[in-house]
Design a protein around this ligand. Structure first.
Ligand SMILES: C[S@@+](CC[C@H](N)C(=O)[O-])C[C@H]1O[C@@H](n2cnc3c(N)ncnc32)[C@H](O)[C@@H]1O
Length: 376
Protein backbone atom coordinates (compact mmCIF):
# COMPACT_ATOMS: atom_id res chain seq x y z
CA UNK A 1 0.00 0.00 0.00
CA UNK A 2 1.38 3.36 -1.00
CA UNK A 3 1.40 5.62 2.03
CA UNK A 4 -0.35 8.45 0.19
CA UNK A 5 -3.41 6.20 -0.24
CA UNK A 6 -4.08 7.05 3.44
CA UNK A 7 -5.32 10.48 2.30
CA UNK A 8 -8.26 8.72 0.69
CA UNK A 9 -9.11 6.17 3.36
CA UNK A 10 -11.48 6.22 6.28
CA UNK A 11 -12.91 3.58 8.59
CA UNK A 12 -15.83 2.01 6.68
CA UNK A 13 -17.59 1.35 9.97
CA UNK A 14 -17.51 4.67 11.88
CA UNK A 15 -15.91 6.98 9.26
CA UNK A 16 -13.11 7.73 11.73
CA UNK A 17 -9.64 8.50 10.42
CA UNK A 18 -7.09 5.73 10.10
CA UNK A 19 -3.55 5.52 11.41
CA UNK A 20 -1.05 3.31 9.66
CA UNK A 21 1.22 0.94 11.60
CA UNK A 22 3.71 -0.50 9.12
CA UNK A 23 5.66 -3.67 9.90
CA UNK A 24 7.37 -4.36 6.61
CA UNK A 25 7.80 -2.32 3.50
CA UNK A 26 10.05 0.08 1.72
CA UNK A 27 10.19 3.81 1.09
CA UNK A 28 6.61 5.10 0.77
CA UNK A 29 5.04 1.61 0.65
CA UNK A 30 3.71 -0.76 3.27
CA UNK A 31 3.84 -4.47 2.52
CA UNK A 32 2.63 -5.73 5.90
CA UNK A 33 1.03 -3.80 8.72
CA UNK A 34 -2.32 -2.54 9.91
CA UNK A 35 -4.63 0.44 9.77
CA UNK A 36 -6.14 1.43 13.12
CA UNK A 37 -9.31 3.47 13.34
CA UNK A 38 -8.88 6.42 15.70
CA UNK A 39 -12.66 6.47 16.20
CA UNK A 40 -13.90 2.93 16.91
CA UNK A 41 -10.51 1.19 17.31
CA UNK A 42 -11.25 -1.26 14.49
CA UNK A 43 -8.16 -2.75 12.91
CA UNK A 44 -7.71 -3.47 9.22
CA UNK A 45 -4.70 -5.55 8.22
CA UNK A 46 -2.40 -4.74 5.33
CA UNK A 47 -1.37 -8.05 3.79
CA UNK A 48 0.87 -8.43 0.71
CA UNK A 49 0.64 -4.67 0.21
CA UNK A 50 -3.18 -4.58 0.14
CA UNK A 51 -5.31 -2.96 2.85
CA UNK A 52 -8.11 -5.39 3.75
CA UNK A 53 -11.46 -3.91 4.72
CA UNK A 54 -13.52 -7.09 4.45
CA UNK A 55 -13.92 -8.14 8.06
CA UNK A 56 -15.99 -10.82 9.69
CA UNK A 57 -18.30 -13.24 7.95
CA UNK A 58 -19.89 -12.20 4.67
CA UNK A 59 -23.51 -13.05 3.93
CA UNK A 60 -23.81 -16.46 2.24
CA UNK A 61 -24.42 -15.08 -1.27
CA UNK A 62 -21.59 -12.57 -1.07
CA UNK A 63 -19.25 -15.23 0.29
CA UNK A 64 -20.05 -17.55 -2.62
CA UNK A 65 -19.58 -14.73 -5.12
CA UNK A 66 -16.25 -13.75 -3.58
CA UNK A 67 -15.11 -17.36 -3.56
CA UNK A 68 -16.09 -17.89 -7.21
CA UNK A 69 -14.44 -14.75 -8.55
CA UNK A 70 -11.41 -15.05 -6.28
CA UNK A 71 -10.71 -18.45 -7.86
CA UNK A 72 -11.44 -17.21 -11.37
CA UNK A 73 -9.18 -14.16 -11.34
CA UNK A 74 -6.31 -16.03 -9.78
CA UNK A 75 -6.53 -18.82 -12.36
CA UNK A 76 -7.09 -16.51 -15.36
CA UNK A 77 -4.72 -13.84 -14.17
CA UNK A 78 -2.49 -13.39 -17.18
CA UNK A 79 -2.82 -10.64 -19.75
CA UNK A 80 -3.82 -12.08 -23.11
CA UNK A 81 -3.00 -9.08 -25.25
CA UNK A 82 -0.93 -5.92 -25.46
CA UNK A 83 -1.92 -2.92 -23.34
CA UNK A 84 -3.01 -1.12 -26.50
CA UNK A 85 -5.51 -3.94 -27.14
CA UNK A 86 -6.81 -3.74 -23.55
CA UNK A 87 -7.23 0.02 -23.95
CA UNK A 88 -9.32 -0.56 -27.08
CA UNK A 89 -11.43 -3.16 -25.27
CA UNK A 90 -11.91 -0.79 -22.34
CA UNK A 91 -13.06 1.99 -24.71
CA UNK A 92 -15.55 -0.38 -26.28
CA UNK A 93 -16.90 -1.22 -22.84
CA UNK A 94 -17.15 2.39 -21.66
CA UNK A 95 -18.36 4.07 -24.86
CA UNK A 96 -19.01 6.98 -25.36
CA UNK A 97 -16.14 7.91 -23.02
CA UNK A 98 -12.77 8.62 -24.62
CA UNK A 99 -9.21 8.60 -23.21
CA UNK A 100 -9.30 12.39 -22.71
CA UNK A 101 -12.10 12.01 -20.19
CA UNK A 102 -9.69 10.39 -17.70
CA UNK A 103 -7.09 13.13 -17.65
CA UNK A 104 -6.24 14.16 -14.06
CA UNK A 105 -9.30 12.42 -12.61
CA UNK A 106 -9.39 10.49 -9.35
CA UNK A 107 -11.14 7.28 -10.33
CA UNK A 108 -12.75 4.35 -8.53
CA UNK A 109 -12.79 0.95 -10.28
CA UNK A 110 -15.52 -0.88 -8.36
CA UNK A 111 -15.06 -4.64 -8.64
CA UNK A 112 -11.70 -4.50 -10.42
CA UNK A 113 -11.06 -8.24 -10.92
CA UNK A 114 -7.46 -8.56 -12.08
CA UNK A 115 -7.15 -4.76 -12.48
CA UNK A 116 -6.92 -4.67 -16.29
CA UNK A 117 -9.24 -1.66 -16.58
CA UNK A 118 -7.67 0.20 -13.63
CA UNK A 119 -4.40 0.00 -15.53
CA UNK A 120 -6.07 1.23 -18.72
CA UNK A 121 -7.62 4.20 -16.84
CA UNK A 122 -4.23 5.24 -15.52
CA UNK A 123 -2.69 4.82 -18.95
CA UNK A 124 -5.37 7.25 -20.21
CA UNK A 125 -4.08 9.86 -17.75
CA UNK A 126 -6.09 9.40 -14.55
CA UNK A 127 -4.32 11.01 -11.58
CA UNK A 128 -5.10 8.13 -9.22
CA UNK A 129 -7.14 4.98 -9.65
CA UNK A 130 -8.37 3.11 -6.62
CA UNK A 131 -9.25 -0.45 -7.56
CA UNK A 132 -11.47 -2.28 -5.10
CA UNK A 133 -12.70 -5.84 -5.09
CA UNK A 134 -14.39 -8.05 -2.53
CA UNK A 135 -12.54 -11.20 -3.51
CA UNK A 136 -8.99 -12.52 -3.68
CA UNK A 137 -8.96 -11.13 -7.23
CA UNK A 138 -7.12 -8.25 -5.51
CA UNK A 139 -3.99 -10.45 -5.43
CA UNK A 140 -4.00 -10.55 -9.24
CA UNK A 141 -4.94 -6.88 -9.49
CA UNK A 142 -1.92 -5.94 -7.45
CA UNK A 143 0.36 -7.95 -9.74
CA UNK A 144 -1.23 -6.47 -12.88
CA UNK A 145 -0.77 -2.91 -11.63
CA UNK A 146 2.48 -3.31 -9.68
CA UNK A 147 4.45 -1.07 -12.03
CA UNK A 148 1.87 1.75 -11.91
CA UNK A 149 2.54 4.08 -8.96
CA UNK A 150 -0.87 5.72 -9.10
CA UNK A 151 -3.01 2.58 -8.99
CA UNK A 152 -4.02 1.47 -5.50
CA UNK A 153 -5.60 -1.90 -4.80
CA UNK A 154 -7.94 -2.24 -1.83
CA UNK A 155 -9.97 -5.26 -0.71
CA UNK A 156 -13.41 -3.88 0.12
CA UNK A 157 -17.12 -4.35 -0.41
CA UNK A 158 -19.00 -1.96 -2.70
CA UNK A 159 -21.64 -1.62 -0.01
CA UNK A 160 -19.11 -0.57 2.68
CA UNK A 161 -16.50 1.54 0.97
CA UNK A 162 -13.65 2.90 3.10
CA UNK A 163 -13.23 6.27 1.38
CA UNK A 164 -12.96 9.70 2.89
CA UNK A 165 -12.97 11.66 -0.35
CA UNK A 166 -15.44 11.58 -3.20
CA UNK A 167 -14.30 10.57 -6.68
CA UNK A 168 -14.34 12.39 -10.02
CA UNK A 169 -15.41 9.18 -11.71
CA UNK A 170 -16.51 5.71 -10.63
CA UNK A 171 -16.90 2.81 -13.03
CA UNK A 172 -18.06 -0.73 -12.53
CA UNK A 173 -17.82 -3.25 -15.34
CA UNK A 174 -19.52 -6.61 -15.01
CA UNK A 175 -20.04 -6.34 -11.25
CA UNK A 176 -23.38 -4.77 -10.31
CA UNK A 177 -25.46 -7.61 -11.82
CA UNK A 178 -23.61 -10.07 -9.53
CA UNK A 179 -24.55 -8.21 -6.33
CA UNK A 180 -27.40 -9.37 -4.11
CA UNK A 181 -28.97 -5.92 -4.54
CA UNK A 182 -27.63 -4.46 -7.81
CA UNK A 183 -29.26 -1.06 -7.47
CA UNK A 184 -28.12 -0.78 -3.85
CA UNK A 185 -24.53 -1.23 -5.07
CA UNK A 186 -25.00 1.40 -7.76
CA UNK A 187 -26.44 3.92 -5.31
CA UNK A 188 -23.56 3.24 -2.90
CA UNK A 189 -21.16 4.23 -5.70
CA UNK A 190 -23.15 7.37 -6.52
CA UNK A 191 -22.73 8.48 -2.89
CA UNK A 192 -18.98 8.39 -3.46
CA UNK A 193 -19.04 10.85 -6.38
CA UNK A 194 -18.10 14.48 -6.19
CA UNK A 195 -20.73 16.99 -7.20
CA UNK A 196 -20.30 17.01 -10.97
CA UNK A 197 -18.61 13.58 -10.85
CA UNK A 198 -19.62 10.81 -13.24
CA UNK A 199 -20.51 7.15 -12.94
CA UNK A 200 -20.40 4.42 -15.55
CA UNK A 201 -21.82 0.90 -15.25
CA UNK A 202 -22.02 -2.07 -17.58
CA UNK A 203 -24.60 -4.74 -16.81
CA UNK A 204 -26.12 -7.84 -18.40
CA UNK A 205 -29.21 -7.00 -20.42
CA UNK A 206 -32.50 -8.83 -20.18
CA UNK A 207 -33.38 -8.17 -23.82
CA UNK A 208 -32.19 -10.89 -26.23
CA UNK A 209 -31.11 -13.01 -23.27
CA UNK A 210 -34.25 -15.09 -22.84
CA UNK A 211 -32.41 -18.39 -23.19
CA UNK A 212 -29.96 -17.35 -20.49
CA UNK A 213 -32.71 -16.31 -18.10
CA UNK A 214 -34.69 -19.51 -18.60
CA UNK A 215 -31.94 -22.06 -19.20
CA UNK A 216 -28.42 -20.78 -18.60
CA UNK A 217 -29.06 -18.94 -15.37
CA UNK A 218 -30.94 -21.73 -13.54
CA UNK A 219 -28.22 -24.17 -14.60
CA UNK A 220 -25.53 -21.81 -13.40
CA UNK A 221 -27.24 -21.15 -10.06
CA UNK A 222 -28.12 -24.76 -9.32
CA UNK A 223 -25.33 -26.72 -10.97
CA UNK A 224 -22.30 -24.98 -12.47
CA UNK A 225 -21.53 -22.50 -9.68
CA UNK A 226 -21.70 -25.36 -7.16
CA UNK A 227 -19.26 -27.67 -8.91
CA UNK A 228 -15.72 -28.01 -7.56
CA UNK A 229 -13.71 -25.37 -9.42
CA UNK A 230 -11.30 -27.75 -11.19
CA UNK A 231 -14.32 -29.65 -12.57
CA UNK A 232 -15.94 -26.44 -13.75
CA UNK A 233 -12.60 -25.45 -15.26
CA UNK A 234 -12.59 -28.71 -17.27
CA UNK A 235 -16.25 -28.42 -18.23
CA UNK A 236 -15.84 -24.83 -19.40
CA UNK A 237 -12.78 -25.97 -21.38
CA UNK A 238 -14.95 -28.52 -23.20
CA UNK A 239 -17.66 -25.93 -23.89
CA UNK A 240 -15.01 -23.58 -25.26
CA UNK A 241 -13.55 -26.37 -27.40
CA UNK A 242 -17.00 -26.78 -28.98
CA UNK A 243 -17.63 -23.06 -29.36
CA UNK A 244 -14.24 -21.92 -30.59
CA UNK A 245 -14.35 -23.51 -34.08
CA UNK A 246 -17.78 -21.99 -34.63
CA UNK A 247 -16.46 -18.58 -33.67
CA UNK A 248 -13.42 -18.81 -35.91
CA UNK A 249 -14.96 -20.62 -38.89
CA UNK A 250 -18.40 -19.05 -38.93
CA UNK A 251 -18.76 -15.85 -36.91
CA UNK A 252 -15.35 -14.36 -37.70
CA UNK A 253 -15.59 -14.75 -41.51
CA UNK A 254 -19.23 -13.61 -41.45
CA UNK A 255 -18.11 -10.33 -39.90
CA UNK A 256 -17.22 -8.47 -43.08
CA UNK A 257 -15.83 -11.40 -45.08
CA UNK A 258 -17.15 -13.06 -48.24
CA UNK A 259 -19.93 -14.85 -46.35
CA UNK A 260 -21.26 -11.61 -44.88
CA UNK A 261 -24.88 -12.18 -46.00
CA UNK A 262 -24.88 -15.12 -43.60
CA UNK A 263 -24.21 -12.82 -40.68
CA UNK A 264 -27.76 -11.63 -40.14
CA UNK A 265 -28.93 -15.25 -39.75
CA UNK A 266 -26.44 -16.21 -37.08
CA UNK A 267 -27.86 -16.50 -33.57
CA UNK A 268 -26.40 -14.22 -30.93
CA UNK A 269 -24.48 -12.48 -33.68
CA UNK A 270 -23.41 -9.29 -31.88
CA UNK A 271 -21.92 -11.04 -28.89
CA UNK A 272 -20.39 -14.06 -30.63
CA UNK A 273 -18.86 -11.96 -33.41
CA UNK A 274 -17.19 -9.89 -30.71
CA UNK A 275 -15.95 -13.07 -29.00
CA UNK A 276 -14.65 -14.44 -32.31
CA UNK A 277 -11.75 -11.97 -32.34
CA UNK A 278 -10.15 -13.54 -29.24
CA UNK A 279 -7.92 -16.56 -28.70
CA UNK A 280 -8.87 -19.84 -27.04
CA UNK A 281 -7.58 -19.05 -23.54
CA UNK A 282 -9.36 -15.70 -23.46
CA UNK A 283 -12.62 -17.34 -24.48
CA UNK A 284 -12.14 -20.17 -22.00
CA UNK A 285 -11.98 -17.45 -19.35
CA UNK A 286 -15.17 -15.83 -20.69
CA UNK A 287 -17.03 -19.17 -20.70
CA UNK A 288 -15.80 -19.97 -17.18
CA UNK A 289 -16.90 -16.49 -16.03
CA UNK A 290 -20.40 -17.11 -17.39
CA UNK A 291 -20.65 -20.44 -15.56
CA UNK A 292 -19.11 -19.66 -12.17
CA UNK A 293 -21.14 -16.76 -10.77
CA UNK A 294 -23.68 -17.86 -8.16
CA UNK A 295 -25.79 -14.70 -8.64
CA UNK A 296 -26.67 -12.84 -11.82
CA UNK A 297 -29.43 -10.40 -12.68
CA UNK A 298 -30.48 -9.46 -16.21
CA UNK A 299 -31.69 -5.91 -16.52
CA UNK A 300 -34.14 -4.33 -18.88
CA UNK A 301 -33.22 -0.96 -20.27
CA UNK A 302 -35.98 0.78 -18.33
CA UNK A 303 -34.87 -0.81 -15.05
CA UNK A 304 -31.30 0.31 -15.58
CA UNK A 305 -32.47 3.80 -16.60
CA UNK A 306 -34.53 4.01 -13.41
CA UNK A 307 -31.37 3.60 -11.27
CA UNK A 308 -29.94 6.76 -12.83
CA UNK A 309 -33.20 8.59 -12.46
CA UNK A 310 -33.68 7.63 -8.80
CA UNK A 311 -30.10 8.70 -8.07
CA UNK A 312 -30.92 12.14 -9.50
CA UNK A 313 -28.20 11.88 -12.14
CA UNK A 314 -28.12 14.07 -15.21
CA UNK A 315 -26.78 13.78 -18.76
CA UNK A 316 -27.65 10.09 -18.65
CA UNK A 317 -26.62 8.09 -21.69
CA UNK A 318 -27.54 4.43 -22.05
CA UNK A 319 -26.32 2.31 -24.91
CA UNK A 320 -26.70 -1.23 -26.07
CA UNK A 321 -23.54 -3.33 -26.25
CA UNK A 322 -23.20 -6.47 -28.37
CA UNK A 323 -27.01 -6.64 -28.46
CA UNK A 324 -27.11 -8.26 -25.03
CA UNK A 325 -25.98 -5.79 -22.36
CA UNK A 326 -26.27 -2.19 -21.22
CA UNK A 327 -23.79 0.58 -20.74
CA UNK A 328 -24.88 3.51 -18.60
CA UNK A 329 -23.24 6.85 -17.93
CA UNK A 330 -24.53 9.67 -15.74
CA UNK A 331 -23.35 12.72 -13.86
CA UNK A 332 -24.10 13.86 -10.37
CA UNK A 333 -25.42 17.40 -10.59
CA UNK A 334 -23.09 20.07 -9.21
CA UNK A 335 -24.38 21.95 -6.20
CA UNK A 336 -27.87 20.45 -6.26
CA UNK A 337 -29.31 18.28 -3.49
CA UNK A 338 -29.95 14.79 -4.89
CA UNK A 339 -31.56 11.65 -3.61
CA UNK A 340 -28.04 10.41 -2.84
CA UNK A 341 -26.21 12.62 -0.35
CA UNK A 342 -22.49 12.57 -1.09
CA UNK A 343 -20.02 11.16 1.41
CA UNK A 344 -18.75 14.66 2.09
CA UNK A 345 -22.16 15.63 3.51
CA UNK A 346 -23.40 12.30 4.88
CA UNK A 347 -21.69 9.00 5.50
CA UNK A 348 -22.37 6.20 3.07
CA UNK A 349 -25.07 3.89 4.32
CA UNK A 350 -24.69 0.21 3.69
CA UNK A 351 -27.13 -0.88 1.03
CA UNK A 352 -29.68 -3.43 2.01
CA UNK A 353 -30.80 -6.43 0.05
CA UNK A 354 -34.24 -4.93 -0.06
CA UNK A 355 -34.90 -6.05 -3.59
CA UNK A 356 -34.76 -2.52 -4.96
CA UNK A 357 -33.79 -4.12 -8.22
CA UNK A 358 -37.55 -4.34 -8.65
CA UNK A 359 -38.58 -6.56 -11.51
CA UNK A 360 -35.02 -7.31 -12.54
CA UNK A 361 -34.93 -10.69 -14.20
CA UNK A 362 -33.07 -13.27 -12.22
CA UNK A 363 -34.39 -16.09 -14.29
CA UNK A 364 -37.97 -15.09 -13.67
CA UNK A 365 -40.67 -16.67 -15.78
CA UNK A 366 -43.32 -15.14 -17.94
CA UNK A 367 -41.35 -12.27 -19.43
CA UNK A 368 -40.94 -12.16 -23.17
CA UNK A 369 -37.56 -11.17 -24.53
CA UNK A 370 -37.68 -7.80 -26.24
CA UNK A 371 -36.52 -7.21 -29.75
CA UNK A 372 -33.68 -4.82 -30.44
CA UNK A 373 -34.30 -1.96 -28.02
CA UNK A 374 -34.50 1.59 -29.27
CA UNK A 375 -31.43 3.60 -28.43
CA UNK A 376 -32.00 6.50 -26.04
C1 LIG B 1 -16.95 -10.41 -13.70
S1 LIG B 1 -15.80 -9.75 -12.58
C2 LIG B 1 -15.40 -8.21 -13.39
C3 LIG B 1 -14.00 -7.73 -13.06
C4 LIG B 1 -13.55 -6.46 -13.78
N1 LIG B 1 -14.46 -5.37 -13.59
C5 LIG B 1 -13.31 -6.72 -15.24
O1 LIG B 1 -14.22 -6.50 -16.03
O2 LIG B 1 -12.23 -7.16 -15.58
C6 LIG B 1 -16.80 -9.24 -11.20
C7 LIG B 1 -15.97 -8.77 -10.02
O3 LIG B 1 -16.82 -8.15 -9.04
C8 LIG B 1 -16.31 -8.47 -7.76
N2 LIG B 1 -17.37 -8.29 -6.74
C9 LIG B 1 -18.49 -9.03 -6.57
N3 LIG B 1 -19.20 -8.56 -5.52
C10 LIG B 1 -18.52 -7.50 -5.04
C11 LIG B 1 -18.75 -6.58 -3.96
N4 LIG B 1 -19.82 -6.70 -3.15
N5 LIG B 1 -17.85 -5.61 -3.75
C12 LIG B 1 -16.75 -5.49 -4.55
N6 LIG B 1 -16.49 -6.32 -5.58
C13 LIG B 1 -17.36 -7.31 -5.83
C14 LIG B 1 -15.88 -9.93 -7.92
O4 LIG B 1 -15.00 -10.34 -6.92
C15 LIG B 1 -15.25 -9.90 -9.32
O5 LIG B 1 -13.87 -9.68 -9.29
Amino acid sequence: MKIHLLDYLVCPECKGSLRCHPQEGREGEVETGALHCTGCAAEFPIVRGIPRFVRGALSADKARTADAFGWEWQEFSELHDSWETYEQQFLDWIAPLTPDFFREKVVLDAGCGMGRFSAAAVRFGAREVIAIDLSDAVESARRTTAALPNVHVVQADIYHLPFARPFDFAFSIGVLHHLPDPEGGFQALVRHLKDGGSIFGWVYGRENNGWLVYVGNPLRERVFSRLPRPILYGLSFLVTAGLHPLLKLLYRPADGGPVRPLASRLPYRGYLTWLAQFGFRHNHHVVFDHMVAPTAFYLRREEFAAWFQRAGLEDVQLSWRNQNSWRGLGRRPAGVATAQPAISSAPAQPATSSGRAGGTARGEAGVAAHGEPVEP
